[in-house]
Design a protein around this ligand. Structure first.
Ligand code: SF4
Length: 354
């Protein structure tokens, strides 16, 4: 059964917080397949003496910001802002356990989600537009961001799920190191639109354990029209970044309870009128990553924000569109499809095909 946030909080109240909100000591926070304490990548990098230098390298990028393919080259440390409108101080909308993510992230106690404000892509159909487009949230120091991570660990979340992290990556690295020194032991989950520079993804090597990128479009003509970034280079940038992510962390590895510890998980939202290029997407994954890649083909496209201004995407997808996407995934030989996608497929099949 999938636990909703309301169900989770109800359980917390019913038990007085004794079970679901018990404090986790660092050594018992995450266990590997054999039950032994599991260690996040950043802890090993710290022990090897490389973490502090990596934080410095990332922070230097703020001086002529090229964190993402927009390459605005503005000095964010001096208060200038580029396309994403973010300063050098991180803005956070919220941090809380989240139960709507993929099941290996959610587990029993939720994914420790931190929503960052602003975005370097800004799709016209964005479902988080008040946060991503309007930048709603409050500015926090890196120390406060570290405390949020520790809060999420304290209440039992299985990971730190960094939503839209690209434009604040240096703050995230600095905060993670502060939190690590105070006892953070959860894996970082880098939950990105995929609009990344591969050079910046390389800075995350040995720090991030779980990558959760979107691959939204396979044809640059669509993000050129459907994102404020006019990102006709989106498919190329995202594919290069995802190949690098897989090089770093490989296929998904879980603990004995099926909870994600390390690896790549790719999301793809089926769009109306085949705009996402789903057939090309599944073939690309099978040929360039691995047929064993964890893939979530998502059915929840809805007309949000300014999508109604674009007739090809001004409607929901049909069950037939989702079914053909899942059929293509099967035909491409993908063997690790998200369980909720498979359940959705089975419901539509029963309804349409009897
Ligand atoms: S992160 Fe923001 S300022 Fe930096 S290059 Fe990207 S859009 Fe421009």
């Amino acid at each position: 059964m999938v636990m909703t946030r309301r169900g989770f909080m109800g359980g917390v109240l019913a038990t007085g917080g004794a079970v679901a909100l018990r404090a986790c000591g660092p050594s018992e926070t995450v266990a590997g397949e054999d039950g032994t304490p599991w260690r996040p990548a950043y802890l090993k990098l710290e022990e090897a003496g490389g973490f502090a230098e990596r934080v410095e390298q990332a922070q230097e990028v703020f001086e002529a910001c090229e964190l993402c393919p927009r390459r605005c080259a503005v000095n964010r440390r001096a208060g200038r802002r580029g396309f994403c409108r973010a300063s050098a101080t991180v803005t956070v909308h919220s941090h809380s356990p989240h139960f709507g993510e993929e099941l290996p992230l959610v587990g029993r106690r939720g994914s420790g989600t931190i929503f960052f404000s602003h975005c370097n892509l800004r799709c016209v159909f964005c479902q988080n537009w008040p946060i991503a487009h309007e930048g709603r949230g409050r500015e926090v120091t890196d120390e406060q961001l570290a405390d949020m991570m520790l809060d999420l660990q304290r209440i039992g979340c299985h990971n730190i799920n960094l939503v839209t992290p690209t434009h604040v990556m240096p703050n995230i690295l600095a905060a993670t190191r502060i939190a690590m020194r105070k006892g953070l032991r959860l894996p970082l989950c880098y939950n990105t639109s995929g609009y990344e520079r591969v050079e910046m993804v390389r800075l995350l090597d040995g720090i991030v354990d779980i990558y959760l990128p979107d691959l939204k479009f396979m044809d640059g003509a669509h993000p050129a029209r459907l994102s404020d970034a006019r990102a006709d280079d989106y498919p190329e940038m995202a594919k290069r970044a995802i190949i690098e992510m897989r090089r770093q962390v490989g296929d998904l590895v879980t603990d004995r309870d099926g909870i994600a510890l390390r690896g790549l998980m790719v999301r793809h939202l089926v769009m109306p009128n085949r705009l996402a290029g789903t057939r090309e997407f599944v073939r690309w994954v099978a040929e360039n990553l691995s047929p064993r890649t964890y893939v979530n083909i998502m059915a929840q496209y809805r007309v949000e924000h300014r999508a109604f201004e674009h007739p090809p995407i001004a409607r929901a997808i049909t069950p037939q569109e989702f079914l053909e996407a899942m059929d293509w995934a099967e035909a491409a030989g993908l063997t690790n499809l998200d369980r909720r996608s498979l359940a959705q497929r089975d419901i539509y099949r029963r309804r349409l095909r009897g």
